[in-house]
Design a binder for this molecule. Structure first.
Ligand code: F6R
Length: 243
């Protein structure tokens, strides 16, 4: 595991964009696993700037997002499809046919999970998986539990996740209670993983995830078992490492 210490959120975003840019330059038709949330927004802005400067070409890049709220349509401004379209895809020369996100409107969770796992297999797997981490250590929407989940599945979001995500919705009652997410095994099958963490409120869980026991109660701790993980975290998120 490589750990890069960034000064702040902007520095973290720049370092992350450097790594993703290198991946795209070295393998123009690479498969990027993408994440939503606040953490990667700055990284996507950096990637857009590099595209605009002529340094990056997304024309052959393929993507598979980690997760999607169950029940939200693509045009719902809180759906992860909407997030990806507005924060990255519409700003670069990616072919939308090459982008993949679980279908939140599929009411049949078993069928959607099987379909999405097949999509990832058909892509030949993920070359570089970008991850954020929840306050409870979740990655994708793999919430703390007694066992690591394997493939794509439907999850009940934990109250702490609903609480953390309510900032994006008109009220807490509007936050979906379920989501489709890649499983831990899907995430661990990526050839490379890039975990981004920012902010003091994640310092404790980041320390547990990287230095504590590997346990499904801290889902991100499983990353200790992957042989190509890069963590880029800012000083605030790394404060527990200094003590
Ligand atoms: C998003 C995702 C989540 C987030 C996590 C952190 O696609 O899978 O695991 O990465 O909830 O969210 P932020 O970045 O908003 O703190």
């Amino acid at each position: 595991m490589r750990l890069y210490r960034a000064k702040d959120y902007n520095d973290m975003s720049r370092k992350a964009a450097n790594i993703i840019s290198a991946q795209i330059i070295l393998k123009p038709d690479c498969v990027l696993g993408l994440a939503t949330g606040s953490t990667p927004i700055g990284t996507y802005q950096q990637l857009i700037a590099r595209y605009q400067e002529g340094d990056l070409d997304f024309s052959q890049v393929r993507t598979a997002n980690l997760d999607e709220y169950r029940g939200l349509t693509r045009d719902n401004d809180q759906s992860y499809y909407y997030f990806m379209y507005h924060n990255l895809f519409k700003e670069v020369n990616i072919d939308m046919a090459n982008t993949n996100i679980p279908d939140g409107t599929n009411p049949d969770s078993a069928a959607e999970a099987a379909r999405y796992d097949q999509v990832i297999r058909d892509l030949g797997g993920v070359d570089l998986q970008l991850l954020g981490m929840g306050h409870n250590g979740h990655i994708g929407f793999n919430e703390p539990s007694d066992a690591f989940d394997k493939g794509t599945h439907c999850v009940d979001l934990q109250p702490s996740t609903i609480e953390a995500n309510k900032r994006f919705f008109a009220s807490i009652d509007d936050v979906p209670k379920q989501a489709y997410t890649m499983g831990i095994q899907t995430i661990m099958s990526a050839r490379k993983i890039l975990l981004l963490v920012s902010g003091a409120e994640k310092a404790e869980i980041l320390h547990k995830a990287l230095c504590g026991p590997i346990t499904p109660h801290v889902p991100a701790s499983v990353l200790q078992l992957h042989n190509d993980v890069t963590v880029v975290a800012d000083e605030a998120a790394l404060s527990k490492f200094d003590q």
